[in-house]
Ligand binder design. Structure first.
Ligand code: GUN
Ligand code: ZN
Length: 495
């Protein structure tokens, strides 16, 4: 797998990668979306997806083609690329989704793999079993075992230069997802979709979705290209990329358009409710909402806008990775919808995992909300504090501290805590933070002071700061706390 996927720039667990797809003779830049193409109805022809929207890869369902009297033979004789008229890479799904919706399908994993190879798929998928959230553990285990047997058989399949995907299942059991990820990576297959997350996304359960993804990622490791099966809403792309997802497949652009829904990076609007378009894509620049509604191609126009906004968000995410501002972007998206805030908070609860691939230096850290205090940079700074060498007596000063003796004086800066001189001008301690800080920033700074004090029990630590009582109360008793200079003067004056 490592030969076909190369990750270049990182931010948190997100990365810009290059996936080579040898059967298509192309390399796809990730993260990206694979528009879902229904072989029967194409609101936007696949060639236009490539030429007007920049789609490098799309996904279609081989099970639908296999079961279609009018398209099956054509797909076999002409091949998928010719049939769909698409110049990029084509991934195919296997019918597993139909299996999860209708309870049965009429092909075996081996048959549908054969068919995918025969129609010229570039990335084929075996029949995995999408176990829904909260399935009883025993059925999640039994179904996972079946999926794993099929992946093992797929790894023995003579695929030639066609890539194979290895879906990761395990329902909402983190340990099952993790072992499924480990097993999938061990099969030597190529692309790793995290499956059965559609029910979570349909219910806006982004916190649980992130826990599922992070568990799968722990098993897969950072080198594996990861696809989030069925994820197509642009509002969650940045979050999922920061968790380490590389590929999305969007049917949302078409499905939402069908019932008059307009996608934005903050959520979904109904066309009928809009008086203005908050977008400058070609559709929104040319028409007003009323004109789109009155148009005889409303669905097509909405699909086009939905795709523009989706690809636009992908470009914004890639640029954010390059600039080192992906978490600022995720934080902004988290403010758009409460369920996204849940997703971001869940992501930050895996801060130790994010920290492993997060670059040591980026452009200036922006403190934007209480969540910023839980970012991997703060976590890393706190770990670093435990290893710094300290003098016998150390003064930590957030504000002026004249008249207090100590061998050394370090700054102390929320949310990081103690910052020795040599780190003061470097990332992340040179952060932009607001003057009016929140409780989370002080609490994180207090954790930093505590880490330093606890790692150096022989050092006499004095903190000079005007912090909220709650943050000060969290300090170990060995830390002496003094008010700042100005407030010491103030209290001297008296009435
Ligand atoms: N499409 C959406 N979810 C899934 C899944 O779990 N497996 C497969 N094969 N396709 C999907
Ligand atoms: Zn638009």
């Amino acid at each position: 797998m490592s030969e076909i996927f190369e990750a270049r720039d990182w931010d948190a667990a997100g990365r810009i990668g290059r996936l080579s797809v040898p059967r298509a003779g192309v390399t796809v830049e990730t993260p990206t979306i694979m528009p879902v193409v229904n072989p029967h109805i194409q609101t936007i022809p696949p060639r236009e997806l490539a030429e007007r929207f920049g789609a490098e890869i799309l996904i279609t369902n081989s099970y639908i083609l296999h079961g279609s009297d009018d398209l099956r033979e054509e797909a076999l004789s002409r091949g998928l690329h010719d049939l769909l008229d698409f110049p990029g890479a084509i991934m195919t799904d296997s019918g597993s989704f139909q299996l999860s919706e209708y309870g049965e399908i009429d092909v075996t994993s081996a048959e549908i793999l054969d068919f995918q190879r025969a129609i010229g798929s570039d990335i084929a998928t075996p029949v995995d079993i999408p176990t829904p959230p909260e399935a009883v553990r025993e059925s999640a285990e039994i179904e996972l075992e079946t999926t794993q047997e099929r992946l093992e058989r797929a790894s023995e399949f003579d695929a030639g230069d066609m890539l194979l995907s290895a879906p990761v299942q395990g329902s909402t059991y983190p340990d099952l997802r993790e072992s499924a990820g480990e097993h999938a990576a061990g099969t030597g297959l190529d692309v790793f979709p995290v499956g059965a997350v559609v029910p979570l996304m349909n219910d806006y359960r982004y916190g649980e979705m992130i826990d599922v993804v992070m568990a799968a990622k722990r098993g897969l490791g950072p080198a594996a290209p990861v696809h989030l099966f069925g994820a197509g809403h642009p509002m969650m792309f940045a979050l999922a990329v920061a968790a380490g997802c590389d590929l999305f497949d969007s049917a949302a652009y078409a499905i939402y358009a069908r019932d008059g829904r307009y996608l934005t990076v903050r959520g979904t609007d109904h066309l009928a409710d809009l008086d203005y378009f908050p977008c400058s894509c070609p559709v929104c620049a040319e028409f007003s909402p009323a004109e789109v509604e009155a148009h005889d191609e409303t669905e097509r126009l909405l699909s086009e806008h939905n795709l523009h906004v989706s690809f636009g968000e992908i470009r914004r995410i890639k640029q954010a990775i390059r600039s080192g501002t992906l978490l600022e972007l995720v934080e902004t998206r988290a403010r758009g919808h409460p369920t996204m805030l849940d997703g971001y908070r869940a992501l930050l609860s895996h801060v130790d995992e994010l920290e492993r691939t997060d670059p040591a230096s980026k452009t200036t850290f922006f403190y934007l909300s209480g969540e910023s205090a839980r970012r991997p940079e703060v976590f890393r700074h706190h770990r670093r504090l435990e290893r710094l060498s300290v003098p016998d007596s150390l003064l930590l000063a957030d504000g002026s501290a004249e008249g207090i003796d100590a061998e050394e004086v370090w700054a102390v800066r929320p949310p990081f805590g103690p910052v020795p001189d040599e780190l003061a001008e470097t990332y992340p301690a040179n952060a932009e933070i607001p003057d009016r800080l929140d409780a989370e920033a002080y609490a994180a700074a207090a954790r930093g002071v505590a880490k330093l004090a606890e790692a150096n029990p022989d050092c006499e630590v004095t903190l000079v700061a005007e912090w909220p009582d709650r943050a000060l109360a969290a300090l170990p008793e060995t830390v002496r706390v003094e008010p700042t200079d100005s407030s010491r003067e103030g209290s001297d004056e008296g009435p």
